[in-house]
Design a protein around this ligand. Structure first.
Ligand code: ADP
Ligand code: GLC
Length: 625
């Protein structure tokens, strides 16, 4: 079916006055600047590899075979290069006659224009690419329907771990007898190959706040591997080449998205048992649901809000958020959105209105209630602690599987990692223009380049790390100061330091496979996924003992060889250097034990299975009927 183009309806005139659009000093930035996924041309010398048929599309693969006891293999020798539209329920909303951001005393409900799609325009069974599914679903708990609502999801758009979770958790929940729909913005930057597979599902018009306008909401659908993805289409809000731009643009965008997602569920007449929203971009969903939508069908769903990173909260002045949402006065009280004298905090509001709050790791749920990690929301979280729970993230064993990963030069599993991993190292060195030598110790760093990630520590010690036997590979985008420093080091240590200032999913996989160790020296880390990916690829993590890094990486014990990686506690460059040196010592002088840890890490259960089960239990707890 031909794809319908979204209509352009938002006008600049409808935006708040300039003074209201200026972020408050205290505002938390919407997201650090990160590039969206794109396929980047390799540098000269791309290694020979199996044909990656569909580079950006994760194939369905089997998990690597597991072995309980690490097996010692021969040392790798360095070598040369190798829904249908039924009744439509939309919320009533108050509009100010003059489209002013401040509410008029007497507000009157404004009608919502609806345009039901013609029957033949709705295709509930869109074309689906190959879906070889073999696993038997675990139908041992009652079925529940869940709508995931968030701002990014691999492989459509991803800037960090949120995109991984939005991809992996729904897939695991399908195996645990859930009916899952993922609702996302239809950003213009979603790769064309996915845009082409979306099928028009319908459209309608929706009021938005005090804008006095009706906004087009298109629904484009894509069904893949048992999960239904519904993309909210509006070419005014989602035209940028990346999901997050700046607060001035992002606040209206996610006000629109949160409301449109609920309206779309009503429109499709698909009323889930649970609405599971993620981070500040979708935090207004429970607020809308319990106010403007409370008498509509979607108002009866239970809501869960997951905090992935409390640093980002979506804070702006109250008039602007009132203008873009049309939410009633009661939500702008201190117990909900209001923060300080004149700000509204979208995440804070969501935390107040959601039926349950989860965080991405058990102990993070407690840390968040302390001033050190609470980002000024600790008291609010303490107040709502009765509904707060921590469930640790996992990684998707199909997406991250060195035995089947089509990005790699050579596939491997726990039985042959010691013979094959070095071939990925050689291929990576060739790809990045580094000196090709399987005997070098290669340290990877895959990260958003932001001060959360401990990059000051890394920058401070690079000269001491570069000892002639060590190579460093950085993959990331973000703050210019970090990008420039890494570029400088690439120039200073030609052939030994590679700064890939880009977002490249395939290259990330090749670094996980080709590096010996991965650095994650974060200042704070709610959960962290890169250390889990690394371990699953037999790459030893070197991490700071904070947050999820502390919970998931057991320090290597030189006395008995136990542990998963190398750790340091205080945020101190000297301690990071010490951890790197300990890793080097094991690698160069005690390879037998190093190799044992490689195999132990690959064998460690970092899957989603247990955690998804806990989410399912939470859903069941909320929906006891
Ligand atoms: P965060 O969500 O705080 O950025 P996580 O460790 O939870 O950190 O997740 C980061 C995810 O993003 C991982 O899957 C990692 O591989 C990926 N990633 C980060 N930067 C890049 C990049 N430049 N190119 C490709 N993947 C990246
Ligand atoms: C956030 C956190 C990261 C976590 C990810 C997925 O981006 O910074 O620690 O792993 O969300 O939950």
């Amino acid at each position: 079916m031909a794809e319908k183009k979204a209509k352009t309806t938002k006008s600049k005139a409808a935006q708040p006055k300039a003074d209201q659009a200026v972020p408050m000093e205290a505002a938390v930035s919407s997201q650090e600047p990160t590039a969206v996924k794109k396929t980047t041309a390799k540098k000269a010398g791309t290694p020979k590899k199996k044909a990656p048929a569909k580079k950006d599309e994760p194939a369905v693969k089997k998990a690597a075979p597991k072995k309980k006891t690490p097996v010692k293999k021969s040392q790798p020798a360095p070598a040369t290069e190798e829904a249908k539209a039924e009744e439509i329920f939309l919320p009533q909303e108050v509009n100010s006659p003059e489209q002013q951001p401040l509410p008029a005393a007497e507000e009157s409900p404004a009608a919502v224009q609806e345009t039901a799609p013609a029957a033949e325009e709705i295709n509930p069974v869109p074309a689906v690419p190959e879906q070889p599914k073999e696993e038997i679903p675990m139908y041992d708990t009652p079925r529940r329907s869940v709508a995931f609502i968030g701002s990014e999801c691999h492989p459509f758009v991803k800037t960090g771990g949120l995109g991984d979770v939005m991809y992996a958790l729904p897939r695991e929940l399908v195996k645990q007898n859930c009916d899952v729909r993922v609702i996302l913005p239809r950003y213009a930057c979603i790769p064309q190959q996915y845009q082409d597979r979306m099928v028009y599902r319908g459209e309608f018009y929706m009021d938005l706040g005090f804008t006095g306008r009706s906004y087009y909401v298109g629904i484009m659908e894509y069904i893949w591997d048992g999960v239904v993805y519904d993309f909210i289409d509006n070419q005014e809000f989602f035209t940028e080449g990346r999901p997050y731009v700046n607060l001035v643009d992002d606040i209206p965008k996610y006000c629109f998205f949160s409301k449109a997602a609920l309206a779309a569920l009503n429109y499709m007449n698909w009323i889930p048992d649970i609405i599971h929203c993620h981070d500040w971009q979708a935090a207004l969903v429970p607020v809308f649901q319990k106010t403007l939508f409370k008498d509509s069908p979607v108002g009866r769903a239970k809501s869960v809000l997951t905090i992935h990173n409390l640093r980002f909260q979506g804070i702006y002045n109250i008039p602007t958020i009132r203008y873009w949402t049309g939410l009633p006065d009661e939500v702008f009280q201190m117990g909900a959105l209001k923060q300080g004298y004149e700000d509204a905090n979208m995440l804070k509001g969501g935390l107040a209105y959601a039926d349950r709050i989860t965080t991405v790791r058990g102990t993070y749920a407690w840390e968040l209630q302390t001033p050190e990690y609470g980002h000024k929301l600790e008291e609010h979280l303490q107040y709502h602690s009765y509904k707060l729970r921590g469930i640790v993230n996992g990684i998707d064993y199909d997406m991250w599987n060195p035995a089947t990963d089509f990005n790699l030069a050579v596939n491997y599993d726990i039985t042959n990692v010691l013979d094959r991993k070095w071939q990925n190292k050689m291929a990576l060195q060739s790809e990045l223009g580094l000196v090709q030598d399987g005997g070098k110790f290669v340290i990877g760093l895959i990260s958003r380049l932001t001060n959360q990630k401990g990059l000051d520590l890394v920058n401070a010690i690079v000269p001491q790390v570069m000892d002639g036997n060590t190579q460093v590979v950085v993959l990331g985008t973000g703050d210019k100061v970090y990008e420039d420093t890494f570029r400088y080091y690439e120039n200073a240590y030609k052939g030994m330091f590679s700064a890939c200032i880009q977002y490249d999913e395939g290259r990330a996989h090749r670094i996980y496979a080709g590096a010996d160790a991965l650095l994650v020296p974060s200042r704070f880390e709610p959960c962290g996924l890169t250390q889990l990916n690394a371990m699953h690829y037999g790459t030893l993590p070197i991490v700071r003992e904070t947050g999820g890094l502390k919970d998931t990486v057991e320090p290597y014990n030189t006395a008995n060889g136990a542990g998963n990686g190398f750790t340091f506690d205080r945020y101190d460059a000297g301690l990071l250097l010490d951890a790197i040196n300990r890793a080097k010592t094991e690698y160069f002088l005690n390879r037998y034990h190093w190799d044992e840890v490689v195999q132990r890490d690959m064998d460690k259960d970092v899957s989603w299975q247990n955690s998804a089960r806990q989410y399912k239990d939470l859903y069941l707890e909320l929906t006891q009927w």
